[in-house]
Each structure stands twice: as structure tokens, then as C-alpha cells.
Ligand binder design. Sequence first.
Ligand code: AMP
Ligand code: MG
Length: 424
Amino acid sequence: MNSQPTSLREMSCADDYDPNSMSVAKARAWIQSFLIPVTGTEKINIRAALDRVLAEDVKSPFNVPAHDNSAMDGFAVRFDDLSSGEDVTLRVVGTAFAGKPHSASVATGECVRIMTGAVVPPGLDTIVMQERAVLKGEQVTIGPGFSRGQSMRYAGEDIKTGQIAISRGKIVRPAELGLLASLGVSEVLVFRRLRVAFFSTGDELCSIGSTLGVGQVYDSNRYTLYGMLTRMNVEVLDMGVIPDDPKKIEDAFLQAAAMADVVITSGGVSVGEADYVKALLTKLGEVVFWKIAMKPGRPLAYGKIGSAHFFGLPGNPVSVMVTFYQFVREAILLLMGVTQLPLLPTVKVPCTNALKKVPGRMEFQRGILSQDAHGAWSVRASGDQGSGILSSMSVAHCFIILDEAQGAVSPGTLVEVQLLEGLI
Ligand code: AMP
Ligand code: MG
């Protein structure tokens, strides 16, 4: 992408734009260039903010920790008293507990018994852990080998007063909840929840609860979508199954776009079926149909209907999940206001079986990870890789990502895997 297109129409005129063979990376980049994050915010209790996106920088109102304190149970001493290089005996003049400081002054040759987290009394600068000291009555004997400042936690060493503790655009996870609480913050400003509407298209689809007719299949895509979207903490609007009837689909598109920030459909974007959906969407908004150079999930539509972002996913159950995770998930996170996308590291492990693959398309095969007796990890494909075989997703731990240029994989080859944990 040389210059930023301002409309989908302009984009389709770019030199490197080929809707019949879009690489995964390019499609991702095109989509990202059209995303405008939500701006609405609300102030909520921190517990309710779990999995929401911060809409403000949270600054620390004080030093964390607020005082120099002990990292160990033991004795707070003056390091200069220990520097002879031999055993030293000091008089214990009191005890400092966490939350109950020892505030009387401590003279040379004296020390204070101290608990983890207790404020270090003024003048003392080193902690001797109790396992390294011998206490007899009010006398404690300490051997050599300490350094100045040992086992001390210093005021502000975690966060300084006024420093940004958590940045705007960060997803609130359990660590952030704890961090907010440690700063005494009870409410935070978060972006409003994204509204995502979805429906399935297909005359062959039957909703669970009714009896399958000949040639019918139960609609599973609305359930995987429900699960994937709910995990992302968006507001989910399930619009059911819409038959392959242009009028009904048009009404559903208009209704969805009027109430949601994002509209997701499954089915109806493959060759043949796509034609009238294409005509409809050209009438209702700006939508592009891509044949992505990937497997599964070749057909994909993306665009805008009114102000709503539209993702037209293929109908096959595994294709829905793969295209959701490879395109929609990241787009939704960015629309939610996330500025630091969660890390999704991929790792290279040997593949123990042969994989069929022809160059020209990026493949996302489902893999099962295992560890050998020495603890080394390897991956194998999880059986039939057909795009309708949902059970291969259910048993999988990861996607085996084979890039476009890759050909068949022989056993023992290192392959890149993307773990489903963290992605899902
Ligand atoms: P399509 O993309 O509409 O041509 O559908 C491709 C395949 O996926 C067909 O076998 C459909 O029956 C199947 N399919 C489409 N939508 C769903 C759905 N919601 N649940 C389960 N299978 C579906
Ligand atoms: Mg269909």
C-alpha cells in the first residue's frame, strides 16, 4: 500500500489491489486502514471494567510502594554496622510490622526485627533475612557477606507519583484490576462496548430445536460466532437465520447496520451465491469481495453499510472460525479502542507428520501439540483438514501456519504454530 486510500472505491483502483488473489497480510492492512475506533466512554467500577478498554491514562497519585520497606522477614540494620567482615552482634530494640511501623530512632549497634512489607525505620538501610541471623534474647548475631540495600524495596521503585501506571487503549485484565486497586482507584473511564450483530444465510440452515429435513444442516456458525464474540466482551446481537431471499437479506442488512457497529454474516459470499449479495451490498453500502490467498476461508467480503463495518465470512464452519481469528478479531479489538494489540506469539516446532500443501495460498491447518519424554514439543495435524470439519477445531491446540510459498511439508520440518489459547 503506497498511499492511504480514503474509500473502498479508491482502494480498488490501487496498483497492487487484486481482489482475486489478496494475501492475508494485505487484506489485514486494507481492513485496518478503514477502522475508526469507538469514541463513546463511560465511567464504571473497576470490577466491571474487566475485559473492557481503558479510555484514559491512569496516573499514580503516589509513589508505589509509598515507603521504603522490607522484602523479607528478618532484621533491618545499618549496613555500616556489618562492614567489619566478621560476625557482628546487634541489640534488637523493637519490631516493625507491615502496617505498624517502628518509629523510635535506632542507634549505631542496634537493629529492628522486621516483617515483609513493613516500613524500614529511618537510618536503617539493609535487611538481613532471618535465616541468616541467630537471635538470642535481645541480641542478634549476623555473619559477613551482605551488601548495602540488600532485600530493600524502595519507595517509587514500581511507579512514581504522577507516572502513567496504565495507558489508554489497554485491555483491563486481572493484573490491571489489581494495579488500579493498589493505586486506590475505584472507578475508571472505559470505551463503550462495541455492538456486533450477526446472522447466518442459507436455505439449508435449520435452527437447533427443530427437526432436520433432508439436506438441511443445523446452523452452527451463529454459535461459534456467539462464543468468539462473547469472549471479546462485545455486545452480541444474534439475528438468527435469514433464508437466501434478496428482500429478506436486504432487510436484515439494514436492520443490523442501524443497530450495530459491526455486522457479521456467514455464508453467501462464495462464487454463484455472491452475485445477488454483491448487488445488494453495492446498493446499500461500499463493500469489496475478495478471494483471499488462504485456506480455509478463500471468499471474504469487507466494507461499510452506513457507518457499520461489515464482514461477510464464508459459510463453512471452520472457515468462519479461521477468518474470524485472522481478520475480524483484530479489527474488533482496534474498533474497541485497543491501542496495544494483545501479544499472540507464534512458535516454531517440528511437525511429526507429512502435510499436504501447494504453493500459492497461506494455510491454517489445525494442529495438536504434544511433548516427548524430554519435554520437547512437536505438532501434528489434527486429522481431516476439510473446512466443514468442526471437530478438527475442537481437538486442536493451535493453527499450523504455512505461508503462501510453502509446498508440501515432510515429517520433521519446523513449522510455525499459533496457539489457540490466548487467541480464543
Ligand atoms: P456457503 O458459503 O453459503 O456456500 O456455504 C458453504 C458451506 O457451509 C455449505 O455446506 C453450507 O451448508 C455450510 N454452512 C453455511 N452456513 C452455515 C451455518 N450457519 N452453519 C453450518 N454450516 C453452514
Ligand atoms: Mg449459502
